[in-house]
Design a protein around this ligand. Structure first.
Ligand code: ZN
Length: 194
């Protein structure tokens, strides 16, 4: 933690060196995309995409699970997605799964999660069955694409898609190589390099 604190202490010095870029951020945000990915510390959206401050609106959840839309039982995830679409007007949503994902791995293996009941409940909320026969990477890709189906249950997503001002993307990121591939519905749902 010490090095993290040290860096945070001196961060304003770096900001001062690029004062114009950061000063403009006070005027508001207009991010290009909503990036939904796992909470895993090895996945850094701005590192992968090169996004500068203000360019990427992020939602991070265990296993990059998108919960079903339920306005009667709102949660932080639902609110974040709705805000990105209705208020910020993002035009793209990326759901990015990753290699070596502990959450998806636990789902595929059917791990005993009785010691972490909140994790178990969260993973159980994920819709659909995960394929296990073709390994974890295949399961993660399938899972990322399945979250797009859940997103289509959000009124704001449905409207954006119907009006042609929103695109959905499922990506797969390899933490040890940096390779990114994307879901290609027109190729039987295969993932191909970006
Ligand atoms: Zn993960």
């Amino acid at each position: 933690m010490k090095s993290l604190i040290e860096h945070a202490r001196s961060f304003s010095v770096h900001v001062a060196e690029r004062s114009e870029e950061f000063r403009d951020l006070a005027a508001g945000q207009a991010p290009e995309a909503l990036f939904i990915t796992c909470s895993d510390s090895r996945v850094i959206p701005s590192l992968i995409t090169g996004a500068r401050p203000g360019e990427l609106f992020e939602l991070r959840t265990a296993g990059n699970i998108v919960p079903r839309y339920d306005a009667a039982r709102p949660g932080g995830e639902t609110a974040t997605i709705e805000y990105a679409l209705r208020v910020l007007g993002v035009r793209d949503i990326v759901v990015c799964g990753h290699s070596h994902c502990g959450a998806v791995g636990a789902m595929v293996r059917g791990d005993d999660l009785s010691a972490v009941p909140a994790v178990r409940g969260w993973l159980d909320s994920s819709t659909g069955e995960l394929p296990s026969a073709r390994g974890l990477a295949h399961a993660v890709r399938h899972h990322a694409a399945a979250q797009l189906d859940t997103l289509r249950g959000y009124p704001a997503v449905r409207e954006g898609l119907a009006e042609g001002r929103l695109s959905l993307h499922a990506w797969y990121y390899e933490v040890d190589t940096g390779a990114v591939s994307s879901h290609r519905p027109e190729l039987d749902g295969e993932f191909r390099p970006l």
